[in-house]
Design a protein around this ligand. Structure first.
Ligand code: BV8
Length: 253
């Protein structure tokens, strides 16, 4: 039995499947990943300069402008067949939860109903000093550049994207639920992550300890591959589409 067939067999028996996704999940939508040399978002900047409280304090306009540019990339992109395949899974497995490190909202746009955003969403906003939620027409920038952020009407501090920066804690509700589900799931499908950023990267280990079958989809091995029962090498769009098409055929068969 080839690896894809093994994955189909395991998923058909699952009651609870957790799909843990990273930036590689959105690559085929045209949203850049972080670590791929040259074209990755971090290639030209160090994460500490842009995705930390200190980076924002030092130069709010540069960070705000960078997120406006990323928001433009996200809003000019669409979910691909791989995002839609994860949504199709909901008709095949009693409970499917997507736990994503991505901040682009693609899973929700593709139709997934239960998405835990561990690192927030760049189209949601709050203020820097107190986290006051802020409703704002999401600003877009077709080119990178510095743009002064607006100010919070309640406290006058800078408005920032509602994402989790390095050194910031994850939203307690989302992370605690992700941890609980990782421990309980029958299958964890790990897609498009280098497995470098914690605590998200620790979830597959919890799933393994809980007795789950671990399946990874990636174009190259990651930091997590050593934990996996099955490694499906390939792009998320193609591999997930093939996987779910086979699952649908097996369900009908
Ligand atoms: C925390 C949101 C508790 C913002 C992101 C010192 C001080 C403080 C903390 C730390 C510290 N040292 C270490 C830490 C912990 C730190 C951490 O893990 N650092 C790393 C760098 C070592 N973590 C944190 O700070 C977290 N908080 O620990 O809080 C705390 C609090 C205070 C003090 C101490 C502890 C918060 C981390 C969240 C940071 N925010 N994003 C934004 O997006 O702007 S992280 C961001 O980068 C993403 O969200 C994601 O998590 C990460 C990128 O990783 P990936 O998604 O895996 O993407 P990557 O590009 O790396 O890989 C892409 C993969 O896809 C590759 O494997 C590639 O092969 C594959 N691929 C490519 N194409 C395809 C594909 N796969 C399939 N198909 C394809 N077509």
């Amino acid at each position: 039995m080839d690896e894809l067939e093994q994955a189909v067999k395991a998923i058909l028996q699952a009651e609870l499947l957790v799909a843990a996704t990273g930036a590689g999940m959105s690559k085929e939508s045209g949203v850049p990943t972080f670590r791929e040399a040259q074209q990755g978002l971090w290639a030209r900047y160090r994460p500490e300069e842009l995705a930390t409280r200190d980076g924002f304090r030092r130069d709010p306009a540069r960070v705000w402008g960078w997120y406006n540019y990323r928001r433009h990339l996200v809003q000019s992109s669409s979910p691909h067949a791989g995002h839609r395949a994860l949504a199709r899974l909901e008709a095949l497995v009693p409970r499917v939860v997507v736990v994503t490190q991505n901040v682009d909202g693609m899973h929700q746009r593709a139709g997934s109903h239960t998405v835990l955003e561990l690192h927030g969403n760049l189209s949601r906003f709050k203020c820097f000093d107190h986290g006051h939620p802020v409703r704002l027409e999401p600003p877009l920038a077709e080119v990178e550049g510095s743009v002064e952020p607006p100010l919070c009407e309640q406290c006058g501090s800078n408005i920032r994207p509602d994402v989790v920066w390095y050194g910031e804690s994850l939203p307690p509700g989302a992370y605690d639920e992700a941890e609980r589900l990782a421990r309980r799931c029958d299958v964890m499908l790990v897609v498009g992550t280098s497995g470098l950023v914690y605590p998200a990267a620790g979830l597959p280990l919890l799933a393994r300890a809980g007795g789950a079958m671990l399946i990874e989809v990636n174009v190259v091995p990651s930091e997590l591959t050593r934990l996996m029962d099955i490694f499906l090498r390939g792009a998320a769009g193609q591999v997930l589409s093939d996987l779910v098409t086979r699952l649908e055929a097996a369900r009908e068969g």
